[in-house]
Design a protein around this ligand. Structure first.
Ligand SMILES: Cc1cc2nc3c(=O)[nH]c(=O)nc-3n(C[C@H](O)[C@H](O)[C@H](O)COP(=O)(O)OP(=O)(O)OC[C@H]3O[C@@H](n4cnc5c(N)ncnc54)[C@H](O)[C@@H]3O)c2cc1C
Length: 551
């Protein structure tokens, strides 16, 4: 294997520097590290803060794309089977139903089944009555149903597990490190200019291959090298409901359209999505608007009428990292296919590649393609093992982990194993405090919070939420946020005023998602939260914090 050959002025001898800590960047870091490359991954915020943390979490079977995009459908079903094995603690094998409503064209069903079978997806038309027995929350007026091997995947756990494996194999992961420029020497990119948001300093870092895995922001990273990648920013909005109405994924059996997927996950379910082309300049400012809420509710209730009476927890929006290929204004017809660009071949610029497009579902395959290309450039012949070796957390079965930590109280034990898989072995559980609950809605213990602060790159309470689900449940942080802030002070060594600031930012961020659906019980509960924190605790955002939260 060729190691670093950068000039003597270069301070960091990385084989590969990956820009972006979404699923694609984390997967690429894992693959590169497993193949023995000296790997650095840089993420400007926390991990999974781009599209990876703002999607349905649908483990596609590929059925959704079978009619319109056969290649994507085939990739999905292969990766679906791989992830069910290597990432079993991040995945739920729920199966899914494609439902035909009286207003839909039933003849689409046969085309759908034919296309799925051609793509290698095992689907089966079932009697609507049987579908209702399997999934009682589905609309009772359905006239057709097809059973598909869809599932659900937790994007935060998946990204984290890839990062843990990358670290186990020697990779360095730097969150809150933003790439502000690329360093060019003649016709080669030799490094990156970064800003370290934690220590508030700028640095230059050098590497042999620089990987642009920054999703929709890949367009901007390419511009730093004077290259053009025209991304197609397609915004999608989703709503989260307060409990899990459905156990199986519910889809509409028609050409992909607005609000036609209802996905169960953890303690909740969510409906999505809309699809609107937005200007690239706005991709950092995504808010759910009232029209989108209307569409999501109207269409969602057709899939499962019980949503009418189900409390909505919050809304959120993400931007799909699609690469522009036609003038379709919605982005629904733009391919979900993987785009790997070797800028040496495409633009005559060595040492720089881009991996984008695709889906959360196909992150591992995207990483494999990118790493194959990196290895070719570095004369490394080690083969990819990421499809065979289970991720950290998925190495032991639930039963095996359960036996190992049988002394932990059962409520905490079960939810910790559900979230952490075999990493629950590392749970701190020696004292009453460690075994006490911080978040009742999601059953998160103080021991799990302690582990997250000490081992899982947690810098603030929002990062903690992504690692543990603290504040993601029905109360949206009302009861747990202040306890988590206290523990932050204890486990992170940050002074009390910083933890208090983090608490303000956390609560304000929760409100951003609640605001589009703030009526009824949700509004009442938010008001109550604001009385507690602003009225009783005197918590308010400073001008500067307000500016940062608006960014
Ligand atoms: C509404 C919606 C629903 C979706 N539903 C599904 C689904 O159900 N199933 C599925 O499989 N896929 C789904 N997708 C697609 C999927 O979410 C994305 O394809 C996937 O998450 C992209 O991952 P990524 O790592 O390539 O990009 P991202 O997750 O966007 O990661 C890019 C990262 O780069 C970082 N970055 C950007 N600029 C810089 C910089 N200058 N320096 C350092 N870091 C930087 C960003 O902060 C970000 O974390 C959906 C997408 C959307 C928007």
């Amino acid at each position: 294997m060729k190691t670093t050959t950068t000039a003597s002025t270069h301070t960091e001898p990385w084989d590969v520097i990956i820009i972006g800590g979404g699923a694609t960047g984390a997967g690429t870091a894992r693959d590169c590290a497993r193949r023995g490359l000296k790997t650095l991954m840089l993420e400007r915020h926390d991990i999974a803060t781009g599209a990876t943390g703002r999607n349905h979490g649908l483990l596609h079977s590929g059925s959704r794309y079978a009619v319109t995009d056969r290649e994507s459908a085939e990739e999905c079903i292969k990766e679906n089977m791989i992830l069910k094995k290597i990432a079993r603690h991040c995945v739920e094998k729920t199966d899914g139903l494609f439902l035909t409503l009286p207003e839909d064209d039933l003849s689409y069903q046969s085309k759908f089944i034919e296309s799925c079978q051609a793509a290698g997806i095992n689907v089966q038309a079932i009697d609507p009555k049987e579908a209702l027995l399997r999934e009682p929350s589905a609309n009772p007026t359905i006239i057709g149903a097809v059973l598909v091997p869809d599932g659900t995947v937790d994007p935060f756990r998946l990204t984290l597990s890839n990062i843990l494996d990358a670290k186990e194999h020697g990779a360095e992961i730097l969150t809150y490190h933003e790439v502000l420029g690329l360093i060019k020497e003649q016709n080669r990119i030799i490094g990156v200019k970064i800003y370290d948001h934690v220590n508030k300093e700028e640095k230059d870092i050098y590497g042999n291959i620089i990987v642009n895995a920054s999703g929709i922001w890949g367009q901007k990273i390419a511009e730093y090298a004077d290259l053009k990648i025209k991304m197609f920013p397609a915004k999608g909005s989703l709503l989260i409901f307060g409990h899990r109405v459905n156990q199986m994924v519910l889809n509409r059996c028609r050409k992909p359209a607005d609000a036609d997927i209802l996905v169960p996950g953890d303690t909740i379910c969510l409906i999505g999505t809309t699809s609107t082309h937005v200007p690239f300049e706005e991709v950092d400012q995504m808010y759910v608007n009232p029209e989108e809420v209307d569409i999501l509710l109207r269409e969602g209730e057709k899939l499962s009428p019980s949503l009418v009476n189900t409390r909505i927890l919050r809304g959120y929006a993400g931007v799909r990292p699609l690469v522009a290929s036609d003038d379709d204004p919605s982005g629904r017809n733009v391919s979900r296919g993987i785009v790997l660009l070797d800028h040496e071949i495409r633009d005559g610029l060595e040492g720089f590649i881009t991996i984008t497009g695709g889906k959360l579902m196909t992150y591992r395959l995207m990483a494999e393609w990118a790493t194959d290309l990196i290895c070719k450039k570095l004369n490394n012949t080690t083969r990819c093992t990421t499809a065979e070796v289970n991720l950290p957390g998925s190495r032991l079965t639930k039963e095996e982990v359960n036996k190992k930590i049988i002394s932990v109280p059962s409520s905490i034990r079960e939810s910790a194993i559900y979230r952490m898989g075999d990493k629950a072995e590392n749970l701190s559980c020696n004292t009453d405090i460690e075994n006490s609950l911080v978040c009742e809605c999601e059953e998160v213990s103080a021991g799990e919070v302690e582990y997250a602060f000490k081992e899982l790159h947690v810098n603030n309470l929002i990062d903690l939420r992504r690692r543990t689900r603290v504040g993601m449940g029905t109360c949206q942080g009302e009861l747990c946020a202040c306890r988590a802030a206290g523990l932050m002070n204890q486990y992170s060594n940050l002074p009390a005023n910083k933890c208090k600031e983090s608490l303000s930012v956390f609560l304000n961020e929760r409100w951003k998602g609640i605001r589009p659906i703030a009526w009824g019980d949700t509004l009442r509960e938010s008001e109550f939260t604001s009385w507690i924190y602003e009225g009783v605790c005197g918590l308010n955002l400073s001008e500067e914090q307000l500016k940062n939260t608006k960014k």
